[in-house]
Design a protein around this ligand. Sequence first.
Ligand SMILES: Cc1cc2nc3c(=O)[nH]c(=O)nc-3n(C[C@H](O)[C@H](O)[C@H](O)COP(=O)(O)O)c2cc1C
Ligand SMILES: CCCCCCC(=O)C(=O)O
Length: 375
Amino acid sequence: MTGVGTTRMAGESPHVTDTGTRVIPAPAVPWTPREFEAAARARLAPEHYDYFAGGAGDEVTVRANEAAFGRLSLVPRVLRGAGRPRTDVTLPGGRAAMPVLVAPTAFHRLADPEGERATARAAAAAGTVMIVSMASTVAVGEVAAAAPEATLWFQLYVQPDMAFTETLVRRAEAAGCRALVVTVDSPARGLRDRERRHGFWDLPEGMACENLRDGGRVRPIVMSPEISWEHIDLLREMTTLPIILKGVAHPADARLALGHGVSGLLVSNHGGRQLDTVPAAVDLLPEIVAAVGGAVPVLMDGGVRRGTDVLKAMALGAGAVAVGRPVIWGLAADGERGVTRVLDLLRSEVEQALTLCGCASVHDLDPGMVRRSCR
Ligand SMILES: Cc1cc2nc3c(=O)[nH]c(=O)nc-3n(C[C@H](O)[C@H](O)[C@H](O)COP(=O)(O)O)c2cc1C
Ligand SMILES: CCCCCCC(=O)C(=O)O
C-alpha cells in the first residue's frame, strides 16, 4: 500500500525497514514539472545545473517568482455546466493549443546533445510556441528545419551594431519565425554568483551561440546600456514581424511601449537572473495589464510551475504564460521526451484546473477568481 487514494508508479517498491518504518522511494519517473528538476540535476554537470537554476545576487527574485503564486488563491465558480474546457489561445504570432509557451533560454545543448532541435520538436508536438533564444546552441534555421511543424518566435538582444541586428532579424525571418521577442531587461548581464563560483564563462569546445556566426567568427552577445526606444523604432522599421517586448516591469514603460508599435508585452524579470529584488513577475502583472488597457496582449513568465499558476496569471490578465526552467529540466532529464512530458503535464493541469474552476476556456477567468492570502 502506498496510502489511501495514491497510485503507485511503475518502478516504485515500498519496503519496511527493520525499525518498522515504511519507506517509499522517489518515483522512477517524474510526476510533476517540479520533480523533473531533481532528475535533471542528477544528470547535469554541477556547473551547468547551477547555470540553469541560478539567478542574480541573493536570488531573492528567483524565490519570489514561485512564492508569489503560493500567496495567490483561486476561487472556483460552480454549476456552470461548462463542459470540457478548451485550452487554446490566440497570440500575436498565431494560435497555440495551450496557453503555456516555451520561454527563450540559452544553451540547450548543455542539457541534451540535440539541444534546441529536441525542444522545438516537443513544442511542435504540444502545439505551442517555442521562443528560440538568440543564444541558442543550434542556429535558428536549423531549429526550424528540425521541427517544420513548430511555431517559432525569435528572441533578440538588440545589438548596438544595428547592421548585425538586421542580419539576426533576417535570419529569424528566413527561418519562418512568426514574431520577434525583444529582451529589454538586459542593459548589462546580471550578477551571477553561481556562475562566478564555478568559473563558468564559456561553452564547452564544439558548442557556440550559432546565431552569432559572422563570417569565420562567432560574435559575442553585447548587452548594452546604450540601447533605447530609438532602437525599438529602428527595429519596427526593419521588419513586419510582430514585436513583443520582454522584460517590461514598470507600468510607465508599458505605456511608453504602446507608442512604439509593439504587438505585445511579456512581463518578466528574466527568471530572477538580471536585477535581483525585482518583484515577482505575477505581482507586476496587474499594474501592467491596467497600464496597457487591452491595447495589446500581455504575456508573463517567471515561476510558473503548475496549471493553477497558469490560471492565476491568466485570471489577472495575462494572455498566455511562458516557462523557462521546467523545459530545461525536461530536456536534461529525458531529451525531447522529457520536454514533451513537461508540456503535456502542464497542458493537462491547465485543463483540469479550468474544469474545477467551472470554466469553458481561459476566457472565463477573471480577476475576481483570484485572492491574495497572507501566507
Ligand atoms: C538558463 C536560462 C537561460 C535563459 N536565457 C535567456 C535568453 O537567452 N534570453 C532571454 O530573453 N531570456 C532568457 N532567460 C529568461 C527566460 O526567458 C524566462 O524569462 C525565465 O526563465 C522565466 O522564469 P522560469 O525559469 O521561472 O520559468 C533564461 C532563463 C534561464 C533559466
Ligand atoms: C553572454 C551570453 C548571454 C546569453 C544569454 C543567456 C541569458 O539570458 C541568461 O539568462 O543566462
